[in-house]
Write a protein that binds this ligand. Structure first.
Ligand SMILES: [Cu+2]
Length: 822
């Protein structure tokens, strides 16, 4: 099946995920009815978008900086009324993480056109970074027959080829960068952060494991957890990123008590309650605002119910430093659920809303001036004078009974109106619940009767692989991608490495285009949707950038007469980002031995699903800077003798992984619901869609490998023993949005240049953005090359030996050493 066809039905099926944005709290004029209403679009297909982009190109629209259109920049402090964003290009208003730049390596002629007499070929840059390339066109009978790269130029990130001529039309060409690249985010140069200081990576990233206070509340684990703002470097090619997250304060272990992304991991045991005193130590006042865009028209994110003091009718906003703790996946009493209304601001915040209306304290946790009182389990009257259940301004208490079987959970923020932003900013950490059954499996014992074969799982509780996707601001190119960006500025300028979130609601529809599509748009717009939202208070308004007169300098025939009326700072309904993180590191690698490992995988991305598969890396692709094993070998998605029967055959762009490169299968033993009744073997399998329109689940995903929706978890065994000396890549091809696919969210090596439709330029081998190649496993050789032992010394002689004891030597990566004791 051809790609466009399956995109049409997959988008049709997935449209329920894309809720149209229709109403918001703001006053304005009544909606104007567009004069030339084309059929409204419920679905906007890739084909629609590409046709709309083609038409815009014909009308003279160039994307990004190449358009030489005044940007909507508002970096200047004190600037008054903002001009409206460009909703119909040239800007995508959707940014990508830093990309490499370099000279032009190839120019491809797609169409020769006709009627050319003296064609001039220029190569501009959509991101405004490159210049200097020169191209000569050869001409036969008015048709361009070839392009010769005369000068490569330098600094190109997103090259855009234009061919102009007094008489000719129709020629189209593309350029690719290569040779020597600089900048960008290189894949697989940083190691995977592990648990605790000993598991730190080359950037000193690690996930600390919290240390329980088992004294203060007998038979309970007690933690004091603080929320704060900090920076951490998430990749060698990025400066430190500003984050919000947790740290444990009631421990003297300095390697645990610092801020570490995704930490601290709490390890809990079934039936042993965990008690938490949570303290919000985020900055207060204006510094307490989030450093990513907040749409204040979202319920709970802006206006509260109370008038500002002395300003009747003017409502006070909720602050952006509110936070709570929700233990995702746990059965907890409601008072400790961390519901959207159980948040607190930091102590000292000047607000009428210091704590959410549902805040409730654990009835047998007592505090005097914020200090916990010991030994109060079950005590529900004040144990000492002045004791109160209120842990103080800025603090909350939580009680987790842990009456569940072993499983990986996670705790994260849940504050009204800003949950998604707080979690994206870093307010999430693991919570590992274990029980006696799991301990038998870990120890190879059978105390519970569950493990008669004395099976022993590798790696104890397992190695966490916490998956997320983020986009990082590139200060050099953000103005050409998302000129409305104005968060986390320093000296009025955007900061490379800052977290990026969309803030301009660019509609997927444009009823003034014959296709009905806006090539740059991503989200459904109620008044231009079918059926249209008719009750909308603030409908489309005249478009300031509409200029159909070719004699005027701001001539813009691609701009429609109307534009959406949207709040300044609008949330998208979801955000799919371009850089995968594992345990907080972008594109990490992990060195493993050729044996079995236990991994605890959590999809902690806001919106992106993952369809995880392992493939042996392709040794034949060499990156511009000389690295290999960064890519998965792709083959055409077509019927091929010897391919597995479910291997995709729909001819998709970029093909499918070569099944001959298949890595180890997943042996799944558990989910977010705990252990499975029996292990399940899940082989590598690219996504397939059900293309049979007579079935009820037409357009849905029909085949997949280890598929994880947001917040889902997998407890898996991976056996690397057959892959000694090989490099494997953790590969993902889950569509975003799921189950439909918008190819602009599918960042992969060699992806087509989509800058004319709001997407990314071609991704280079070895560099981001790439959401297919998540991380790398480097499997060591069968026989480690370490040294043999030369001497053994007795460190403690012990006592009571009567015969010659056995000496066993283990660890250190070696094997075979023996010793005798005397
Ligand atoms: Cu959750």
């Amino acid at each position: 099946m051809k790609r466009r066809k399956f995109l049409q039905y997959s988008l049709a099926a997935g449209i329920g995920l894309l809720v149209p944005r229709s109403v918001f709290a703001q006053t304005g004029t009544p909606p104007l009815r567009p004069p030339q209403f084309n059929p409204l679009k419920r679905k906007v297909t890739s084909a629609d978008r590409q046709a709309a982009a083609q038409r815009a190109r014909t009308l003279g629209l160039k994307p990004g900086a190449a358009a030489k259109v005044a940007q909507t920049a508002m970096y200047a402090p004190g600037m008054g009324e903002m001009p409206p964003p460009h909703y119909f290009g040239p800007f995508a208003n959707y940014a990508n993480s830093p990309m490499p730049s370099g000279p032009i390596s190839f120019v491809y002629l797609d169409y020769g056109g006709h009627g050319y007499t003296a064609p001039v070929v220029t190569i501009e840059d959509v991101y405004g970074t490159g210049s200097g390339a020169e191209v000569r066109a050869s001409l036969v009978g008015g048709v361009i027959t070839g392009l010769t790269l005369v000068k490569r130029g330098s600094g190109y990130t997103a090259p855009l080829v234009s061919i102009t001529d007094a008489t000719g039309t129709g020629a189209e060409a593309r350029a690719i960068i290569g040779k020597v690249l600089t900048g960008g985010i290189r894949k697989f140069v940083d190691s995977l952060p592990g648990l605790n200081f000993g598991g730190r990576n080359n950037l000193n990233q690690y996930i600390p494991v919290a240390i329980a206070d088992t004294i203060t509340f007998p038979n309970c684990d007690y933690y004091e957890i603080e929320l704060g703002e900090y920076t951490q470097q998430l990749h060698s090619d990025l400066p430190p990123t500003k984050l919000r997250g947790y740290r444990q304060t009631n421990t003297s272990d300095a390697t645990v008590s610092g801020f570490h992304y995704l930490g601290p991991l709490i390890v809990a045991k079934k039936n042993v309650p965990v008690r938490i005193k949570f303290t919000n130590q985020l900055p207060t006042g204006p510094d307490g605002n989030l450093f990513i865009p907040v749409d204040k028209t979202v319920m709970g994110a802006g206006m509260g119910p109370l008038d500002m003091e002395g300003m009747p009718g003017m409502k006070e906003d909720y602050t952006q430093n509110r936070a709570t703790v929700h233990l995702h996946g746990a059965l907890v009493p409601w008072i400790s659920d961390g519901t959207p209304h159980q948040w607190t601001t930091p102590a000292g915040e000047e607000t009428q809303y210091p704590k959410g209306v549902s805040v409730s304290y654990v009835p047998d946790m007592w505090f005097v001036n914020g200090e916990v009182v010991a030994d109060t389990v079950g005590v529900t009257t004040p144990p000492v004078d002045g004791a109160t259940n209120n842990p103080g301004d800025g603090s909350l208490t939580f009680y987790y009974n842990n009456q569940q079987s072993a499983r990986l959970m996670f705790y994260h923020d849940h504050a009204y109106g800003i949950t998604r932003l707080n979690v994206y900013a870093g307010e999430a950490a693991g919570y590992l619940l274990t029980d006696d059954f799991e301990q038998d499996l870990i120890n190879g014992a059978n105390l519970t009767g569950v493990d008669p074969a004395l099976v022993k799982l590798p790696d104890g509780s397992g190695i966490p692989l916490i998956l997320q996707d983020k986009t990082f601001v590139d200060a050099n190119t953000i103005a050409a991608q998302d000129p409305y960006w104005r968060w986390n500025l320093e000296a009025g300028q955007p900061v490379t490495g800052s977290l990026w979130v969309p803030s301009v609601y660019v509609p997927a529809q444009n009823p003034y285009d014959p296709t009905g599509a806006n090539p740059f748009g991503r989200w459904m717009y109620g008044p231009w949707f079918w059926p249209p939202t008719s009750t909308i208070e603030h409908g489309p308004v005249p478009n300031e950038y509409y200029q159909p007169d070719p004699n005027l300098p701001n001539y813009a025939p691609w701009e429609p007469p109307m534009r959406p009326q949207m709040p300044d700072t609008s949330m998208g309904m979801e955000a799919f980002n371009d850089t995968p993180l594992v345990n907080g590191a972008a594109y990490p690698y992990m060195e493993v031995e050729p044996r079995s490992y236990r991994f605890r995988i959590l999809n902690a991305a806001n919106d992106r699903f993952f369809n995880l598969q392992l493939y042996v890396a392709d040794p034949s692709v060499t990156t511009a800077d000389g690295r290999t094993h960064t890519e998965v070998k792709m083959v055409p998605a077509m019927e091929t003798p010897g391919f597995p029967p479910t291997w995709s055959t729909d001819g998709r762009d970029g093909g499918v992984p070569d099944p001959a490169a298949a890595g180890p299968a997943w042996i799944q033993i558990g989910t977010e619901g705990g252990f499975l009744p029996a292990p399940v073997v899940i082989p590598p399998q690219p996504i397939n869609w059900n293309g049979n329109p007579t079935t009820f689940n037409f357009g849905n995903v029909s085949d997949h490998s280890l598929l994880l929706g947001c917040a889902e978890r997998a407890d898996v065994i991976v056996d690397f023993s057959q892959f000694a000396g090989k490099t494997l890549i953790l590969y993902n091809d889950a569509p975003s949005a799921f189950p439909a696919l918008d190819p602009r969210y599918d960042y992969h090596t060699g992806n087509p240049d989509q800058t004319d439709s709001g997407g990314t330029p071609t991704t280079q081998p070895g560099y981001g953005p790439n959401t297919r190649t998540i991380m790398q496993f480097r499997v060591g050789p069968v026989n480690p090359t370490g040294e043999g032992l030369s001497s053994i010394s007795v460190t403690n002689g012990g006592s009571g030996y009567t015969g010659a004891p056995q000496v066993s030597i283990s660890g250190g990566g070696g094997s075979g050493a023996t010793a005798a004791a005397t």
